[in-house]
Ligand binder design. Structure first.
Ligand code: FAD
Length: 381
């Protein structure tokens, strides 16, 4: 029987990992990566939960993923009690039975590992093109590249949440809200230290995370009100250095500062007529919990399982029955998870309530385990 064809549009984290995971199925994959140079500039980093680390490890992206990702075993949360003075209000330790709070990596590093892996997979063909339209082609869907038409059983769009392709296809079926905040990201080099503790400081002007990526490098994610964008880079760098020097020494900036508008975003519908939305094209949550890509990996594990079963039965993987089955599995849990993150974000802006809640939570290992399991595995329904 002729192998079914999948087209994956998007060459960043979601598109690449989706191509690798689905290459295990008996099908042919075209990966359309868009503007690759644009992907190669970011200084962003990503925290991967223990459960998702295990999932990625099984994809054999590299010989030893444990060597490529940085384990973080402790998380400490602080609040600004007096101006620019912090006190610890919460601590979570996971350094037993190989459990970690999460693993950190630079986006560029994991993108390179995944791209190298994909080049070795015969069933994936990479096309560095930008797609402007998806058309009908009899029973199938097609895209056009240099006047050639390519037909597919299933098109998975991993084009992010600002793509005009997605906006044109799915119009306004979304729940969206701007936080009127931006994230500021950069990477610091510093003196050597045992660097396995993630720190998040609830400042009066936003949330600053110090995320270790090696014993001499820490990634910074600072979400602040959008009017701070007017401040110049040297002002922001001075502030970051001032906050970070409580925990790091000999600080040097290795990358520029990168900005991103922050919003809450979830699509009401994840598919239509052989087209499936994935990754940030489907849902975006505030980065203070480091869960956007983790949610996508959980979606991917579900998709892989469902498509594998259906392909083995000889069924058409782009049929609406199969895409509905996938949607029914992920939609309720993604909705609950995204709303939960949004609620936490809003609740945590109320300083007194947040500090009291975290101090109470800090006294109960049972409650900590519940929160850790949700962050690690998502909701199980
Ligand atoms: C500051 C910050 C920190 C974060 N930290 C974490 C974290 O710690 N843990 C976590 O799990 N998540 C985190 N996230 C979320 C995570 O970064 C995103 O979920 C993830 O990067 C989304 O990747 P994506 O591939 O879906 O989308 P994008 O990164 O937007 O990529 C879309 C790709 O599609 C391509 N494209 C667009 N249109 C077309 C087209 N028409 N044709 C071809 N290609 C096209 C683009 O060029 C791009 O390469 C964070 C987010 C932010 C902003």
């Amino acid at each position: 029987m002729k192998r079914q064809k999948i087209c994956i549009i998007g060459g960043n984290l979601t598109g690449l990992v989706t191509a690798i995971a689905l290459s295990k199925l008996n099908c042919q994959i075209d990966l359309i990566t868009g503007n690759v140079n644009h992907n190669n500039q970011s200084n962003r980093t990503v925290a991967i939960s223990e459960n998702n680390f295990d999932y990625l490890d099984k994809l054999n992206i590299t010989k030893s993923l444990a060597k490529e990702m940085w384990p973080c075993s402790t998380m400490k949360l602080y609040t600004e009690n007096k101006t620019e003075k912090f006190s610890k209000i919460f601590e979570l330790k996971k350094d037993h039975k190989n459990k970690k709070v999460f693993y950190m990596t630079e986006n560029l590093k994991i993108i390179k590992l995944m791209t190298d892996k994909i080049r070795k997979i015969k069933s994936i063909s990479i096309k560095n093109e930008k797609i402007s339209e998806i058309c009908n082609s009899g029973l199938l869907k097609s895209i056009k590249i240099n006047n050639n038409k390519f037909k597919y059983n299933l098109i998975i769009v991993c084009a992010g949440n600002n793509s005009s392709l997605v906006k044109n296809l799915f119009r306004d079926q979304i729940i969206e809200n701007s936080y009127k905040e931006i994230s500021i990201t950069t990477i610091l080099n510093h003196g050597l230290l045992k660097n396995n503790t993630v720190r998040q400081i609830f400042l009066d002007n936003g949330t600053l995370a110090l995320l270790p990526i090696s014993n001499a490098k820490t990634s910074i994610v600072w979400s602040i009100k959008e009017n701070m964008k007017e401040k110049n880079n040297s002002f922001l760098k001075k502030k970051i250095k001032f906050y970070a020097k409580n925990y790091l020494n000999n600080i040097k900036f290795t990358t520029n500062i990168e900005y991103k508008d922050l919003k809450f975003f979830i699509r009401k519908k994840c598919f239509q007529d052989r087209i499936l939305l994935f990754g940030d094209a489907l849902h975006v949550v505030h980065p203070f919990v480091g869960q956007g890509f983790n949610m996508t990996l959980r979606d991917l594990a579900s998709l892989e399982k469902i498509l594998n079963k259906k392909i083995n039965l000889g069924l058409d993987i782009g049929s609406s029955d199969i895409l509905s089955e996938f949607s029914d599995e992920i939609k309720p849990r993604n909705f609950a998870f995204s709303i939960g993150v949004d609620f936490l974000k809003r609740y945590f802006s109320l300083k007194k309530l947040r500090n009291n809640a975290l101090k109470i939570l800090n006294r109960s290992n049972f409650a900590k385990d519940i929160f850790f399991n949700i962050a690690d595995k998502g909701f199980k329904f």
